[in-house]
Design a protein around this ligand. Sequence first.
Ligand SMILES: [Zn+2]
Length: 179
Amino acid sequence: MSENTAALAGIDRNEMESHVKNLLVENKLFVWPVDLINLATIFGIRIVNATFKDGGTSGLINKSAGRVTIFVKENSDPFSKRLTIAHQLAHFFLHMKEEDCTYEDQRIDMFHQAEARNGIGESGDRIEAEANYFATALLMPRDLVAAALKKNIPLYEMARDFNVSEGAMAYRVSALIGT
Ligand SMILES: [Zn+2]
């Protein structure tokens, strides 16, 4: 794994898990599968399919004149799109300030650092590590995963329930069990 441990070490994981849980509970979305579209809608965020000039771009979030839009690479698979939306929502909840801005990401997955252009060096790494962690927690909230594990729901069923790939589900379960 090429996870950036230096950047991840700066993240308070408990705080991040609580942040996500509170957000979902407050908006009555603390059930699996987490309804990302509804969450975005509640915050006035538009989600649109896009074809990017740079074929390597998987998604971006843009704030312009107060309007926030997430653009998702049109011809990617449903799980990738869901992860991209979760990652861009993470930028919205964690990193967006008052002024207009854009976060753009290349390949996003939970296992590696997203290759992004959102800053250079440590601050850029940290922003992406935070967005990746938040996205994982958003797609598979810790307490909901724990509840599923308590019921002995098989991994493939959990993946289906949370609407994520089996690889992502396995990664999340092992990370939570290991900590
Ligand atoms: Zn990003």
